[in-house]
Design a binder for this molecule. Structure first.
Ligand SMILES: Nc1ncnc2c1ncn2[C@@H]1O[C@H](COP(=O)(O)OP(=O)(O)OP(=O)(O)O)[C@@H](O)[C@H]1O
Length: 667
């Protein structure tokens, strides 16, 4: 009986989603989708028949539900007053809020899905469609959107602009090359091969396969300044312009500086050239995108910076122009320090690029991250200001805007979960950032709470683009080992090699649930356990709700048979048990993000327009978001203590603080 009720709740919610959502059915989506959508949107995770939509949630529209700091003016507020939402029109539901017109033309003109070129048969697509896509993709790549001015004004949430007003803002000159020019560049790559990554363009070319390994040592090195470089290679890209234009005159270090750096070397070199970290294996993450790369033969060459990197980095400022304050964190691909720019006194974050796994060149993941971050400007994407170098040119640092917290750390210290209006504020910022990435052909591929930075102005910014990559070109199969397990989409867990923006949207769904509950939604320890947890909560998928499911490589495993979607149990509409409550609309958004079939999973664009954001409680203004002590300014041991104080730690902490007081964090 209870199960039936569960199923009923799920159906009802899903039906409402159909009623309100249906973004995938509109003509615009079909255009983006390249005609790939398979009929109408069906039940996402639910199992059962359709019902007419339920009445609007009683939670919506009640002024008593307002929370302090909610944004009261602007579109969000206006929308909350019981504005009718469009239902089905000729069987085509729309997710747009009334009064907001869906842009007539989208930048993305074809399906972002990546296909497995090596597979003899495409699981979800017929051969002709794949062929068509292969032929048409390069020609149909849209020009990247224009680069915004450096003083681009951040969009204020839900005030006088809708979340949709965020301007996509990336351009590279090389991306605008006519096709024949691009071919020419590709041909000349043999001669002037690898500077492309940083000095020419971050946009994928037809021979991107090369990108999928650490760039090999080349016969000839070239820098943009090299007079032997053909004209088209001297074109500046935004990346190059930014990096080099900020270079100091003293790009090269004098002996004094070098000595100075050597003294501090320990602060920086503690992770240099170590063994690959365990976390790589634990997370199942890989920085390779092809098996070829994984099989890359060992090379006897010693670890050293290849010439092209040296050329590329000439003119970059030295890391000695920064005073190191403390180590913030160490991730898989780099160590992050808080530092002060000695010239401007600005506090920044310095991410030291890990080089240990690289035997043949500059780390691929770092190149991707630098390329992407240098060219992106968006209030929800962490700003990389420049790249600076250590004494040996194989130590490279990204200079980023400093953020006081990451979401994971904040939630560990919070006593209570975020309120609904706070979650809405954070979700809007997250979705705006993700939309910006997807509009600019980038998959993040590792969205998780520790990669969402927060500052004490209530701003959220996405960081860590080490696993991100462009999509859209006919590339070799992408690795499935992306996205930290807890946030990994079911299609990845089940071994698909074709994936797209929907993998990020699944992660966003897991993050939304975690923000509401203050605990991870699916915290499996292995891939099997992860899938098991997902299936137990959302129901075991089948071919009906997820066409193509049965053909996924991982489906052969004998999974639990759970016929119902029990997500509503975890997020009830009303609760006396302390469980996080979620209105019908909120649950609909969550369910749409956690939709099994990636083709039906909600996009960032549509999620931003979801009615949950315009019902009360409205999204809180950033200015009213809670602030926390800046844990990133403390060393790790102090942080540990603050997260879980115990008497012994307290004593140690006092000693530690005494020491810090006497001689500073770095001795
Ligand atoms: N700009 C920044 N300001 C403050 N802290 C930061 C900044 N960038 C990163 N951090 C901190 O450093 C941590 C690790 O950074 P990041 O995720 O970029 O490194 P990573 O090696 O790629 O990590 P991962 O193992 O998650 O892939 C973040 O979780 C955050 O706590």
């Amino acid at each position: 009986m209870e199960r039936e009720l569960d199923a009923e709740a799920s159906r009802r919610s899903k039906d409402q989603h159909h009623h309100l959502g249906g973004r995938h059915r509109d003509a615009d989506h079909r255009r983006r989708d390249g005609g790939r959508s398979k009929g109408g949107r069906d039940f996402a995770n639910g199992h059962g028949r359709r019902r007419s939509p339920p009445p609007r949630s009683r939670l919506a529209g009640r002024l008593g539900d307002r929370e302090p700091g909610e944004v009261l003016s602007g579109s969000a507020s206006d929308d909350s007053g019981g504005r009718p939402h469009r239902g089905r029109e000729n069987g085509v539901p729309s997710s747009s809020r009334e009064g907001e017109s869906v842009p007539a033309a989208k930048k993305r003109k074809f399906s972002p899905i990546i296909w497995d070129r090596e597979s003899p048969k495409q699981p979800h697509s017929d051969a002709s469609r794949v062929k068509k896509a292969v032929e048409s993709v390069p020609a149909e790549l849209p020009p990247p959107p224009p680069l915004p001015p450096k003083d681009h004004v951040p969009v204020r949430l839900a005030l006088d602009k809708s979340p949709m007003d965020v301007e996509p803002t990336v351009v590279t000159e090389s991306a605008e090359l006519p096709e024949h020019e691009e071919n020419k560049v590709a041909e000349e790559e043999e001669e002037y091969p690898t500077t492309r990554n940083i000095s020419t363009s971050r946009w994928a070319g037809a021979n991107d396969d090369e990108e999928d390994g650490a760039a090999p040592m080349k016969k000839k090195s070239a820098s943009p300044a090299d007079s032997s470089v053909p004209e088209q290679w001297k074109r500046t890209s935004p990346e190059l312009g930014r990096t080099m234009s900020r270079s100091s005159d003293s790009g090269r270090m004098g002996n004094d500086e070098k000595e100075d750096f050597e003294v501090d070397r320990d602060d920086y070199m503690d992770v240099d050239r170590g063994q690959a970290t365990d976390s790589d294996a634990q997370n199942g993450m890989s920085d390779t995108d092809s098996e070829d790369e994984a099989r890359r033969p060992e090379t006897p060459e010693p670890v050293k910076a290849p010439h092209r990197c040296i050329n590329m980095l000439q003119g970059c400022r030295s890391v000695d122009e920064f005073e190191r304050l403390n180590k913030i964190n160490e991730g898989t691909y780099g160590v992050v320090y808080r530092a002060r720019d000695k010239k401007t006194n600005e506090i920044v974050a310095l991410k030291k690029v890990k080089m240990e796994k690289e035997r043949e060149g500059f780390p691929l993941t770092s190149l991707r991250e630098i390329n992407i971050l240098l060219s992106f400007h968006h209030p929800s994407i962490v700003d990389v200001k420049e790249v600076v170098v250590g004494s040996s040119l194989d130590s490279i640092f990204m200079v980023m805007e400093y953020m006081e917290h990451d979401l994971k750390g904040v939630m560990e210290t919070m006593k209570q979960p975020y309120t609904q209006s706070e979650v809405k504020c954070l979700m809007l910022q997250l979705l705006e950032g993700v939309k910006y990435l997807h509009d600019n052909w980038v998959l993040h591929r590792d969205l998780k709470t520790s990669n969402l930075l927060l500052n004490n102005r209530g701003e959220l910014k996405i960081c860590d683009f080490g696993l991100s990559r462009q999509y859209g070109s006919p590339l070799k199969p992408y690795t499935q080992l992306v996205v930290t397990l807890w946030y990994r989409a079911p299609e990845l867990l089940l071994g698909t090699k074709e994936y797209s923006t929907a993998i990020d949207m699944w992660s966003v769904g897991c993050i939304m649930a975690e923000l509401l509950a203050k605990e991870p939604l699916f915290n499996g320890k292995t891939e099997f356990e992860q899938l098991d947890k997902i299936f137990r909560t959302l129901g075991t998928p089948n071919e009906k709700i997820w066409p193509g499911y049965a053909k996924l490589p991982g489906v052969k495993v004998n999974f639990v048979k759970q016929p119902y979607n029990r997500l509503r149990d975890k997020f009830p509409a009303a609760s006396f048990s302390g469980r996080p409550i979620l209105s019908e609309a909120g649950f609909d958004l969550l369910n749409s993000l956690l939709t099994y079939d990636p083709d039906k999973r909600i996009s960032a664009d549509d999620a931003l327009k979801h009615k949950w954001f315009s019902e009360v409680p409205l999204p809180k203004s950033k200015d009213f978001m809670p602030t926390f002590p800046a844990l990133n300014e403390l060393d790790r041991r102090t942080k540990r203590y603050l997260k879980s104080p115990d008497p012994l730690e307290e004593q140690r902490l006092k000693e530690l603080q005494g020491n810090i007081g006497n001689r500073g964090l770095f001795g």
